[in-house]
Design a binder for this molecule. Structure first.
Ligand code: ITT
Length: 207
């Protein structure tokens, strides 16, 4: 079974790919959404270090993670760079979402840091962003790129135990439950990651 990009030939067919992420939560959300026919491998199977994320945008970081993993494994690689952008903080924590409260910060540390930074703020609008890049080989000059956003607001106390990261503080627009109160399937349907993957899948042809 092959998946190939719509504008390419079979020489770029994708039978198998590595998910270039060390974040187990992200990997399971991506697995839920990727076509079953593609053989999926986790970066953890290859014992790779994580590359330094030196880009200034989600897209640059997703590209460098995908290329790094593809070069190290010799396989096609898919990377996701994502984060939370809060309006009243000029888009912070943004690309620094994973380490907002420091290099070794836990999800809880980051949520507490966010609440602290937003203390007293009345404009609570925010969105998640996800950039996904699929490279067929590490020097791929024409990677498949897809992006998605999920809009909502930051509430003032953590609610819910599903998901990861800032999910317990994120109330999606028009919902009465935080992202951490949604089932994995519901989150996948609505989220920035789900939206980006929908775009990515539209670039692939089954055959
Ligand atoms: P990899 O780079 O190895 O994939 P990472 O967790 O460092 O893992 P990022 O650099 O893309 O990945 O940072 C993503 C951070 O953004 C993540 O750790 C969360 O803090 C936040 N984030 C992204 N998507 C999220 C989601 O669906 N729900 C909650 N928080 C999310």
């Amino acid at each position: 079974m092959n998946w190939r990009s719509k504008d390419n030939t079979t020489e770029h067919a994708i039978n198998a790919l590595v998910i270039a992420s060390s974040n187990a939560h992200k990997v399971s959300e991506l697995r839920l959404l990727l076509p079953e026919e593609i053989e999926l491998h986790d970066q953890s199977e290859f014992n790779l270090p994580s590359p330094e994320e030196t880009g200034l945008t989600f897209l640059e970081n997703a590209l460098l993670k995908a290329r790094f993993t593809s070069q190290a494994t010799g396989m096609a690689a898919l990377a996701d760079d994502s984060g939370l952008a809060v309006d009243c903080l000029n888009g912070a924590p943004g690309i620094y979402s994973a380490r907002y409260a420091g290099n070794q910060a836990s999800d809880l540390d980051n949520c507490q840091q966010l609440l602290e930074q937003m203390r007293g703020e009345t404009d609570r609008r925010a969105h998640f962003h996800c950039s996904i890049v699929l490279v067929r080989h590490w020097q791929d000059p024409d990677p498949i790129i897809a992006q998605g956003r999920w809009h909502g607001e930051i509430i003032s106390e953590m609610k819910g135990a599903q998901g990861f990261g800032y999910d317990p503080l994120f109330l999606p627009m028009q919902l009465s439950q935080t992202a951490a109160q949604l089932t994995a399937h519901r989150k996948a349907e609505l989220s920035h990651r789900g939206r980006a993957l929908k775009v990515l899948k539209a670039h692939l042809t089954h055959g």
